[in-house]
Design a protein around this ligand. Structure first.
Ligand code: GTP
Length: 396
């Protein structure tokens, strides 16, 4: 774990931008409803079979129904191929293949009308028209690709009109006109439904984008709320969370947990001499030196507050924790940042170290308290040094 540079951002993936006409999604809808449409169409055909059973030649009637069954199988075959690999061909190709199948079904119904009505009674022919209308309803989901919807019902009603028109009875002429007039209305209904459908798809896409932006903003907020503004390392809140988690984890796994507290020496004087902006820059440099000196992916460095820092060192016994602390102290010293108010003329830090291995802390807070006691001892003993916690520090 690289805790030293604060929490990392999890990647949030933006869904792929659909093409402007959302064709892929429309095709997906088309294929999801295709089995019901295809099977429903054969049932409509079966009703026609029942209506003309007594009047039309059985062989021709059976052939017509077999034709519808065959076209149903073609559509189901398309569905199977699409489900196996939708990328196999472009969405437009899938859509056009379905459109061809729809056109074939529409023609079968239209030509069927001409043939069957040459045998049927006027009553049966009216029923044919009703069943044809019902079959349009069954295939209404074709509107997700409007041309497929047109390809089905336009030839069907065109030939239906011709079939009625061949009968000289005025009633049949009226039915022929109705069949032709209803056709553009159904087409317009399909067009409007497709527009609404596209609008819904667009809205769904916009919602996905919004959700993505919201997730990103939330992530950034989460990171910001756990990062120190000045140094860009973890802040006190993040420190508290990590300390608690590592305390329990190390206790569970029987590992020691080391903690160090670092304080910049005579920092008030530094601020007084060089100003607070220089003081801020100095704090940043110390944080960077600390970050560079801890064990990467193991130790967790945080700003405790003011000019104080904490490093949490999972698995570190006292000797290891002291070695890490010494490395930090030496790195800061090596920076030789001028500090007129300090004994040595350059900036130094004092560090107090404690480890749970010492057995003098029954909580993470107590462990930090022990490191703080050691820090106090380091200050008292002359600064620019690392001091390990001892239960009874030598009194001056
Ligand atoms: N520039 C700057 N100064 C800060 C910041 N936070 C705390 N300080 C200053 O750090 C100084 C800490 O001073 P003290 O706690 O008196 O300790 P010290 O002068 O470092 O002395 P010793 O710790 O005893 O060596 C104060 O003057 C604070 O104003 C900060 O974010 N930026």
């Amino acid at each position: 774990m690289n805790h030293a540079s604060g929490p990392a951002l999890e990647p949030v993936h933006l869904p792929e931008r659909p093409a402007d006409d959302y064709l892929a999604e429309r095709v997906a809808t088309l294929f999801s409803t295709s089995p019901a449409t295809a099977i429903g169409n054969v049932f409509s055909g079966s009703m026609v079979f029942g209506v003309y059973y007594a009047s039309a030649p059985l062989s021709g009637l059976s052939l017509w129904l077999a034709c519808l069954v065959l076209l149903m199988l073609v559509r189901l075959g398309l569905v199977r191929a699409y489900r196996r690999d939708p990328q196999r061909v472009k969405p437009l190709t899938w859509a056009r293949l379905t459109m061809c199948q729809c056109a074939a079904v529409g023609l079968a119904w239209g030509i069927g009308a001409i043939w069957l009505m040459s045998y049927g009674t006027p009553y049966e022919d009216v029923i044919y028209g009703c069943i044809a209308l019902a079959s349009v309803m069954v295939a209404m989901s074709n509107v997700s690709y409007w041309p497929a919807h047109l390809a089905f019902h336009v030839p069907m009603f065109f030939f239906l009109g011709i079939a009625y028109g061949r009968d000289p009875e005025p009633q049949a002429t009226f039915l022929a006109i109705c069949a032709w007039v209803v056709c553009p209305f159904i087409a317009e209904m399909g067009r409007r439904l497709q527009i609404r459908f596209n609008a819904a798809l667009k809205l769904a896409w916009e919602n996905q984008v919004l959700a993505h932006k919201y997730a990103l903003a939330n992530q950034e907020l989460a990171v910001l709320s756990r990062t120190d503004d000045l140094t860009r390392i973890a802040n006190k809140r993040h420190l508290d969370e990590t300390l608690e988690r590592e305390w329990h984890r190390c206790a569970r796994q029987g590992e020691p947990l080391g903690v160090l507290m670092l304080d910049i020496d005579h920092f008030k004087l530094y601020n007084d001499s060089y100003g607070h902006l220089a003081g801020d820059a100095c704090i940043r440099q110390v944080a960077e030196a600390m970050r560079a000196s801890v064990r990467e992916h193991v130790d967790f460095a945080a700003r405790f507050g003011g000019e104080e820092f904490t490093v949490v060192m999972p698995g570190a016994d006292l000797a290891t924790a002291c070695a890490i602390a010494e490395r930090i102290r030496a790195t800061v010293e090596a920076l030789h940042l001028p500090h007129g108010g300090a004994e040595r003329g350059y900036l130094t830090v004092s560090i107090g170290v404690a480890s749970s291995e010492q057995g003098h802390a029954n909580s993470e807070e107590a462990l930090v308290g022990n490191a703080d006691v050691a820090l106090y001892e380091a200050k008292r003993s002359g600064r620019n040094r690392v001091e390990a916690f001892t239960p009874h520090p030598v009194q001056a």
